[in-house]
Design a protein around this ligand. Sequence first.
Ligand SMILES: NC(=O)c1ccc[n+]([C@@H]2O[C@H](COP(=O)([O-])OP(=O)(O)OC[C@H]3O[C@@H](n4cnc5c(N)ncnc54)[C@H](O)[C@@H]3O)[C@@H](O)[C@H]2O)c1
Length: 444
Amino acid sequence: MRIGVIGAGYVGLVTGVCLAEMGNHVTLADINHDKIAALQNGQVPIFEPGLDELLHRNVRGGRLFFTTAVATAASDQEAVFLAVGTPMGDAGAADLRYIYAAAETVAAALTRPAVIVIKSTVPAGTNAALTEKIAPLAPVEFAVVSNPEFLKEGAAVADFMKPDRVVIGSRERWAEKVMRQLYAPFLRNDHPLMTMDPESAEMVKYASNAMLACRISFVNEMARLCERLGADIEAVRRGVAADARIGGAFLFAGLGYGGSCFPKDVRALMHLAGDAGVDAPLCAAIDAVNVEQRLALLPFIDRHFPRDLTGKKFAVWGLAFKPQTDDVREAPALYLIKELLARGAAVAAYDPQARDTARRELSADGVNGGVDLVTDAYAALTDADALIICTEWNEFRSPDFALIKQALKQPLIFDGRNLYSPAVAAKNGFTYYSIGRKAVSSSN
Ligand SMILES: NC(=O)c1ccc[n+]([C@@H]2O[C@H](COP(=O)([O-])OP(=O)(O)OC[C@H]3O[C@@H](n4cnc5c(N)ncnc54)[C@H](O)[C@@H]3O)[C@@H](O)[C@H]2O)c1
């Protein structure tokens, strides 16, 4: 099938590459000239496991093309995916400016009947409003289908290739048929393709993300209680997760969720509820718990260094909002770093993949000095007063404790992801603070 994909970010790029991998002819467009120039030069602008190889194979195979001209990517296609950003607007609502702009260009450029597929996450009602808006612009028949994306950054290719489910919100049978044909190669595992009205499809995405975010905020609230009551959240989590009705996914205590989806989608849902005149106290609570949780290590840091942090230096391991990605949008690490700097501390930070993205994000926030972004985990430790762990990259899981101890001014770890057993940390001579567990010191 001939397909256009508009937006070459985490979702658009993965969507385009995976559709090309199944033999489709895909043209990917993005208005970001640097991104497209990089792709045309064979560079993949994001870190996503498995993406490089797949992308190059399909470019070589003559099935995958890149352009800055959205109209070119839309003309002569049977389906055009809209995968542009829908970021958080000022009041928390989804900012739909980019998707409307892209849809208008696409509609005007259609040269044969096509399905316009909304892949971006958009509030219920967007499909209908967008259809109405672009109808006068389209010279040929079209249908707008809602097809929310559920991939996880860090496992995006695998998730797209073998989705748990595909959700199609459509009012047109012919468009649904096109979507079934497109997705058939991805559903050979017999996972379901679900059809429904567009409003429901749009809601499935928000409700799924809110549910996942809810589990994270819930376990973090339990962690706060455990801390106060002398319980251990890791033991509690195991006990809770063993209940088949509950399970263990998304139940890890830590510095809360970040990324480009959960924070903005929970807020957008709150906003959507407000607009609809519906009380949504649970969504507000999920968000409030998370906002506090991003800085959950600060009280420990303040307790340990009671006067102030002027002249102190902290080594931070992990900048990405989660492992296996270079995405730092809404990353708890950056919130914590900004607080440390505001209190007069210096920071040396290491992340296996997110150094460049963190540098860009920090300088966009006006933080230019004070953070030394190093290329080696152990180099960050030199002369630091403590190590702070913000992202659970595998390479941090079994560190050389002797080397850490040697490099730090004192053996002190603040672990925002509960990577180590407190007993092991103490045995190795560390004072060790983690989330929802008793702090330990070498003398314990
Ligand atoms: N990132 C995820 O894990 C994920 C998962 C599921 C759904 N989503 C949703 O998918 C959408 C895209 O997310 P993302 O993370 O890929 O965003 P992103 O910021 O990585 O990429 C968006 C891209 O769209 C481009 N763009 C903006 N306006 C454009 C236009 N008019 N024409 C062409 N290109 C344009 C931008 O330049 C950018 O490269 C969002 O709605 C998001 O909520 C994201």
